[in-house]
Ligand binder design. Sequence first.
Ligand SMILES: *[C@@H]1O[C@H](CO)[C@@H](O)[C@H](O)[C@H]1NC(C)=O
Ligand SMILES: *[C@@H]1O[C@H](CO)[C@@H](O)[C@H](O)[C@H]1NC(C)=O
Ligand SMILES: *[C@@H]1O[C@H](CO)[C@@H](O)[C@H](O)[C@H]1NC(C)=O
Ligand SMILES: *[C@@H]1O[C@H](CO)[C@@H](O)[C@H](O)[C@H]1NC(C)=O
Length: 233
Amino acid sequence: MFVTMAVDHLLTSFILLLICNTGFSAEISVFVKTGDSVQLDIQTQELPEFDLLSWRNDKSVIIVRYIHESREVKLHSSYKDRVDFNDETFSLTLKNMQKTDTGFYTARTSGESENNIVTYRVSVIDAVDAPVLTVNSHWSSSDSCTVNFTCRAHDLMINSSYQNNRCSPEEVTSQINTLILDCSEESIICNHSNTVSWKIDRINITQLCGDLCVCEDGRFCSTGYTDTRTTRV
Ligand SMILES: *[C@@H]1O[C@H](CO)[C@@H](O)[C@H](O)[C@H]1NC(C)=O
Ligand SMILES: *[C@@H]1O[C@H](CO)[C@@H](O)[C@H](O)[C@H]1NC(C)=O
Ligand SMILES: *[C@@H]1O[C@H](CO)[C@@H](O)[C@H](O)[C@H]1NC(C)=O
Ligand SMILES: *[C@@H]1O[C@H](CO)[C@@H](O)[C@H](O)[C@H]1NC(C)=O
């Protein structure tokens, strides 16, 4: 009985969701890195009969108007140099996106009736800063090596320790940024990412621990690891 009710409830939610989704055209969320281009497709093969197809933003600007009969394309003056409109597929490409371009973009047709074809929620965000791995202290003997280190990026920080060829993987997040720490036998890797980009900093364990220097104070060994750090974009 309880199970049936639970299933019923699920079904109801599902149907409500469906109704909501068909009540207006679907909304698609996309993330774009600052400076990149984004192509917005109409997402359908079957457009209703129309005289005019337009792409507009949420600031009442009609970016492009396509007149069906004459196949004429009219671009808004403020978008002229930074959009491409494909008059076969009706997709719109917005170029060199800036954070101020964040917002909604809608394709609409009009003829005997007006139809919203698709709406995009476009978020323009910056690429992440490179994370920085720093060794706080390390000491090694012939058969073991311990490294205490910190990885920092933005407002995120992970302190951890590398021992016996491993560290415990860790992950911290703030809003859209994620900092992930992982170690292999060869290196400590810190990965800073968001939905549009990632960057890593790496410390080479072989070089840091391989020299067998026994140090109580990280400063004595500092030249041993600073040379081996690499940042990959
Ligand atoms: C290194 O980290 C371990 C584990 O977090 C901790 O117990 C130890 O005191 C740290 N050593 C130094 C020198 O900071
Ligand atoms: C990491 O260590 C630093 C100094 O050793 C300390 O100030 C900071 O609060 C620690 N951060 C975390 C997240 O444990
Ligand atoms: C860093 O993290 C991102 C996002 O999780 C992932 O796509 C990427 O492959 C990672 N890079 C490395 C070198 O692990
Ligand atoms: C680490 O350093 C060693 C010795 O210089 C080198 O052979 C190895 O390829 C390096 N590993 C990585 C992952 O950079």
